[in-house]
Design a protein around this ligand. Sequence first.
Ligand SMILES: C[S@@+](CC[C@H](N)C(=O)[O-])C[C@H]1O[C@@H](n2cnc3c(N)ncnc32)[C@H](O)[C@@H]1O
Length: 367
Amino acid sequence: MDLVNVLHMNAGNRECSYANSSILQRNLMLKSRNVLEESIKNYSTHQGFSKCFKLADLGCSCGPNTYLFVSNIVKIVHAVCQKNNFKTPDEFQVFLNDLPTNDFNTLFKMAPSFNLELENRECMEKNVNCFISGVAGSFFTRLFPSKSLHFVHSSSSVHWLSQVPDNLLDYNNGNIHMANLSPRRVCQAYLTQFTKDFTTFLCMRSEEIIPNGRMVLTLPGRSSADHTIKDGCFMFRLLAKSLLDMSAEGLFYEEDITSFNLPFYTPCTDELEAIIESESSFSIDRFETFEVKWDMREEDEIMKSGESSGKFIARTIRAVTESLVASHFGSTYMDQIFERCAMLVTEHLSRPKPENLFNIVISLIKK
Ligand SMILES: C[S@@+](CC[C@H](N)C(=O)[O-])C[C@H]1O[C@@H](n2cnc3c(N)ncnc32)[C@H](O)[C@@H]1O
């Protein structure tokens, strides 16, 4: 699969678009805000801001979350400067990066209202000039000139691999990702691919970020090196089950499922730390973990929306995986696949201890 030209979050503004189905990722971004704040505070204390603060959001996708990050960072920089009597940057240059098939058109259409909102912010002591541009390309390649960025951010993105690991065919026991029941050699193949990709990612960024610049990454992970523990990715096991049930009914060939594997990996903290140390361009400033429920809405919100948690979670996963599922199985059965999935999720959630999603947030300093 040519991932660079296939993978994209669901475009536009329909119900299962990423823009309308990414509350989970929004919540993850909010949960890591304190690390972002600390990182900016620490950066400014050590070297202060230049006239133009240059930053990039990698794997920005398209939707309110993208601008939530930009607005957060502008607010945080202003708050830190005000509190410490530092000079605020006059300008922010923000690069929004994603793969070329990302819905940049919708993203750019949202920019004017975002700028207007910034202008009306009462918390800003002066006007903010925020110059936003898009950068299409894989973050496993060079995206920016040497030493041109002060700060890099990425949320819910760097767990994506550059490709499905080699040699997985027929080995994954009916799973479509590295699941708790995947054979050991499948897990090894996923870890090998992640190690290669994340090393490349760090290496590319180390060229682009200035010395002492910062990078804050939030990504889903595993709470233990033991891959047989249930790690919160139950959704993908249930997506696999929906596909298998449909193949039992003759809608797909079983070989279609054995040859389908999702290109992402959820590392444990030790694995991440080992790769960062071995690549050696960055030192670790902070390393935190937290768990969230897949449906973090309050009871009354769920009632008011009329959408059950099963449907809500299946929609979240559809917005992220549909491009890959449709490119492999064809688009005819998308509704059926994700409706089945929603029912299986509802069943899973009725169990006494449904799995939470485990996340890692790291703040790095360019050496
Ligand atoms: C789940 S979305 C996260 C979007 C946003 N950061 C958020 O928190 O809502 C993951 C994004 O990473 C992007 N992505 C995956 N692999 C990528 C790569 N190699 N280069 C750039 N972007 C990539 C996907 O296209 C997708 O838009």
